[in-house]
Design a binder for this molecule. Structure first.
Ligand code: HEM
Length: 123
C-alpha cells in the first residue's frame, strides 16, 4: 500500500535523478511548481498505461495533449530525453519499491515505450 508520503518521496527521488541526468534538463524545469507537476505526472502515468493497454478515448486525448505540449514549438522536449526519463523512472522504482523486480521493469518499459513513441512522433 502506498501512502501519500511514499508517493511524494517517489516523485522527489525521480525528479532529482532526472535533473542530474543531463545539464539541460534542470533548466527546463526552472519555473515548475513541483506539487502540481507531481500530480500531473501521476495522472499522466496512469493514462500512459491505459493508452498502451486498450483503446481508451480519455487516455488518447490526454496523450495527444502531452504530445502537443512537448513538441518542438511548445516545450521543445528533444526526443533523446525520453530514454533518460524512462531510465530514471525505472531506477526510482528499484530504489523506492522493495517489491519491484525484473519482470515488472520489463512490463513498465514495454507499456511506457508505446506512449513515449507516440509523444516523440509529434516532436
Ligand atoms: C512519457 C513521458 C512523459 C510524460 C507522460 C510527461 C507528462 C507531462 C505532463 C502531464 C506535463 C504537464 C502538462 C503539460 O505541459 O502537458 C508535463 C510537463 C512538462 N514536461 Fe513532461 N512528460 C514526459 C516526458 C518528459 C521529458 C522526457 C521531459 C524532458 C525534459 C519533459 C519535460 C517537461 C517539462 C519541462 C514540462 C513543463 C513543466 C512546467 O510546467 O514548468 N517531460 N509533462
Amino acid at each position: 500500500m502506498f501512502t501519500r508520503e511514499s508517493k511524494l518521496r517517489f516523485f522527489k527521488h525521480f525528479y532529482q535523478l532526472f535533473f542530474n541526468s543531463h545539464p539541460e534538463i534542470k533548466t527546463l524545469f526552472e519555473h515548475t511548481d513541483f506539487e502540481k507537476q507531481t500530480t500531473l505526472l501521476k495522472h499522466a502515468l496512469s493514462m500512459a498505461i491505459m493508452f498502451a493497454e486498450d483503446d481508451n478515448d480519455l487516455a488518447k486525448s490526454v496523450l495527444t495533449q502531452i504530445r502537443k505540449s512537448h513538441s518542438r514549438t511548445k516545450l521543445n522536449i528533444k526526443p533523446k530525453y525520453y530514454a533518460l526519463w524512462l531510465n530514471c523512472l525505472m531506477h526510482t522504482f528499484w530504489v523506492c519499491d522493495p517489491q519491484f523486480n525484473q519482470a515488472l521493469e520489463k512490463n513498465w518499459r514495454t507499456l511506457l515505450q508505446i506512449s513515449i513513441d507516440y509523444i516523440r512522433e509529434g516532436y
